[in-house]
Design a protein around this ligand. Structure first.
Ligand SMILES: Nc1ncnc2c1ncn2[C@@H]1O[C@H](COP(=O)(O)OP(=O)(O)OP(=O)(O)O)[C@@H](O)[C@H]1O
Ligand SMILES: [Mg+2]
Length: 248
């Protein structure tokens, strides 16, 4: 469904993404992990069309969409969530979700009906009339998910939707994400919470300093020496193997 082909993004002197490739098959949940500043969010902005790559191509459903605008990609079925959630503070939860639904429903009554269906799927029904600004962090994360889902995507890009949640909130939302996939939405997710990655993803890509350094099952990548080094520093894999890494 999605092919990212040798994509590079340069910001003046800095190479944020450096010849990265990945592919996501229809119906999959694929993870994208990597240390802070690796270029994960930048890669998402190029898939969703908020920024154009310096080099490389993005293919969706066999079609080159590299030069399409974000709204054109949204119409084709690509939706993303934002790492820094910023709900429309003056609107209630129903209206916030409806912002996504207006992509395919022009009339308010239809957009609101769509918003209510989506709220049910992500567990926001009890707070539909609440001001978005009154939501807890976990509530805002669900709202971010709902707004993206309301655009009726076929490919959903989740940028750290579990960040800032406590372990019990993570446990509550994992089945919500799985159910979205089971309803036919393909998911590519950036995530630092490894427990959730292990639970949800069949395949994981690892980005470090802009380069794709590993790809495999969650178990394969988490035992990969190069991945351990990228997270814990040079020589870490060897130290761990030798058992001298202490608590690392
Ligand atoms: N618009 C921009 N202009 C200049 N530099 C940028 C821009 N956006 C991102 N960068 C830089 O690109 C690099 C990759 O950033 P990015 O946000 O993609 O990383 P990330 O993997 O999502 O990190 P995190 O895990 O902290 O969210 C960083 O060095 C960042 O400072
Ligand atoms: Mg990021």
């Amino acid at each position: 469904m999605l092919e990212v082909d040798n994509v590079t993004k340069r910001f003046s002197g800095l190479v944020a993404v450096d010849g990265a490739s990945l592919s996501v098959g229809s119906g999959q949940i694929v993870g994208l992990i990597g240390p802070n500043g690796a270029g994960k969010t930048t890669l998402f902005t190029m898939i969703a069309g908020f920024q154009a790559p310096t080099e490389g191509r993005v293919i969706f459903d066999g079609e080159d969409i590299t030069r399409l605008k974000a709204h054109q990609r949204a119409r084709r079925g690509i939706a993303r969530t934002f790492q820094i959630v910023q709900p429309f503070a003056g609107l209630d939860v129903r209206e916030n979700i409806a912002v996504g639904a207006y992509l395919r429903h022009r009339r308010t009554i239809e957009a609101h009906a769509r918003a209510e269906e989506v709220a049910e799927r992500v567990g926001l029904t009890p707070v539909l009339d609440m001001q978005a600004s009154e939501l807890t962090v976990a509530g805002r994360k669900r709202l971010e998910l709902a707004r993206a889902l309301a655009t009726e995507p076929r490919l959903l890009l989740l940028d750290e939707v579990l960040a800032g949640l406590n372990p019990s909130e993570v446990r509550d939302i994992v089945p919500v994400i799985r159910a979205i996939r089971d309803d036919g939405v393909t998911i590519l997710m950036i995530e630092h919470v490894m427990q959730a990655v292990m639970n949800l993803c069949e395949e994981v890509y690892v980005l470090a300093q802009g380069r794709m350094i590993a790809h495999g099952t969650p178990a394969e990548v988490s035992s990969d020496a190069g991945v351990i080094e990228a997270y814990l520093g040079h020589g870490a894999a060897k130290r761990m193997k030798a058992g001298v890494a202490g608590d690392a």
